[in-house]
Write a protein that binds this ligand. Structure first.
Ligand code: KE4
Length: 427
């Protein structure tokens, strides 16, 4: 496979951009390969600057649930561009998207658009603190909620492989109110509430963890979080940046029937354009400026082009809820192929169209079991797939994402390649 152009671009990128990338995981440090500089994508395919075409299981880390360059979305975005890119003033599309979000995720009766998942989480934490007049928050080890200072503690995602689990440059004062519990470990949460009476503003959780690889909530775990937060007057924040509109049209909260007080969104809500959103109970959200004392703002929040892409994407998902059944069936095929090839040498965690293959014999149920994975085996597995035109997550601690555009043939091809990749490893 020719990669000369990616290599050249990576060299020049490293001169001007930290690590040559605008987000760490893209540098492929965890898999020791030259990152592929991408040039175009359509459906379930993505093509790099050397002309290599791949079946794509990154899907831009989640936004691409419809597949790349969906015609309806592109046509609407093109039409919107001719009307100007940004006004810095309210638009009808922001009202449409706000209503769509509330319709599909009723717990978000009031919501605000921002420009990234990080911004959504940062704002939700701030309003939770403003509403409860408390400072402490609980997060879970291995869960990633974007890169705002107070949450870069035992983070997941890129922070797990770039050895900055507690990032440099974050003053201790900014994380002293961040308490860390263990995902799926009820007693660790109970202990923190016991040790910090009436001072915890919120618990923030990925309802399905997908940033230490995919880790499912144990039965009753989310219900427990709902109950203990209510009992202590704390808020429950579901970080649905990944699971929102992915696990189901109503996200994880619909899938598990748990109603959080606040929810954060990103990725799919923007249909591939930069949008984050946070929202929840009206009595909480009315704290937000300009109505209330909690300040939050953004130049490009609710941008007309981004809202166009988000609205069209959510409308397509709403019109065809069978998408979720198709995604389930496709991803299940991949899961079965991996299990047939590798048996109990690996742990496959899957829910809907989110999946991770952990190179460990342990059942991966939390951070501790996730990190027993052999990241070198994962790197070899990744490299084999990349060499055979399958583009999957360049890190053991990320998820695979599927789209409605993944064809039957491409799924079958992927099953074969994943099987061959696993058989090529010495377990
Ligand atoms: P962004 O600021 O990257 O839009 O969203 C941050 C975020 C918040 N919450 C959850 C649950 C997330 O997964 C993310 C971002 N996800 C990563 C993928 N693991 C983005 C990929 C990257 O960092 O390049």
């Amino acid at each position: 496979m020719k990669t000369i152009r990616s290599e050249q671009l990576f060299e020049s990128a490293k001169k001007r951009i930290p690590g040559g990338v605008n987000s760490p995981v893209r540098a492929f440090y965890a898999v020791d390969r030259t990152p592929r500089f991408m040039d175009t994508a359509k459906g379930d395919r993505i093509v790099d600057v050397d002309g290599n075409e791949y079946i794509d299981y990154v899907c831009s880390w989640g936004p691409g649930i419809l597949g790349h360059a969906h015609k309806r979305v592109i046509d609407k975005v093109k039409e919107a561009c001719d009307k100007g890119l940004t006004y810095g003033a309210p638009t009808e599309k922001e009202v449409l998207l706000a209503n769509l979000i509330s319709e599909l995720i009723p717990s978000m009766e009031v919501n605000r658009l921002v420009s990234s998942g990080t911004e959504a989480v940062m704002s939700a934490i701030r309003v939770a603190r403003g509403y409860t007049k408390r400072d402490k928050i609980i997060k879970f080890r291995g869960c990633y909620h974007g890169h705002s200072d107070s949450l870069l503690v035992k983070a997941g995602s890129g922070a797990m492989t770039t050895s900055v689990p507690d990032s440099a440059g974050v003053p201790a004062d900014d994380t002293k109110n961040t308490l860390v519990a263990e995902y799926n470990d009820i007693s660790s949460v109970e202990a923190l509430f016991k040790e910090n009476p009436e001072t915890i503003a919120a618990v923030i959780v990925e309802p399905v963890a997908a940033n230490m690889g995919v880790v499912l909530p144990k039965p009753g775990f989310l219900k427990f979080l709902r109950e203990i937060t209510k009992k202590h007057g704390s808020l429950l924040i579901f970080d649905e940046v990944i699971t929102g509109f992915r696990l189901s049209l109503g996200g994880a909260q619909e899938y598990y029937q748990i109603k959080p007080d606040l929810t954060t969104l990103g990725k799919i809500v923007g249909g591939g354009m930069p949008i984050g959103a946070y929202g929840g109970r009206r009595d909480i959200m009315q704290m937000i400026s300009p109505d209330g004392p909690v300040y939050q703002a953004g130049t490009l929040s609710g941008n007309p082009i981004a809202t166009t892409a988000g609205i069209e994407t959510l409308k397509i998902l709403k019109e065809d809820p069978e998408i979720y059944k198709r995604l389930e069936e496709k991803t299940k095929k991949l899961e079965q192929a991996v299990k047939e090839a590798a048996g109990d040498h690996v742990c496959v965690n899957r829910i809907g169209s989110l999946m991770s293959v952990f190179f460990t014999k342990e059942k991966v149920v939390d951070y501790e079991s996730a990190v027993t994975s052999d990241i070198h085996q994962y790197a070899k597995y990744f490299g084999y797939l990349l060499d055979h035109n399958i583009y999957t997550a360049p890190s053991q601690f990320e998820a695979m994402f599927l789209s409605d555009a993944h064809t039957k043939e491409d799924i079958e091809m992927t099953c074969k390649m994943m099987g061959d990749a696993l058989c090529s490893l010495e377990f």
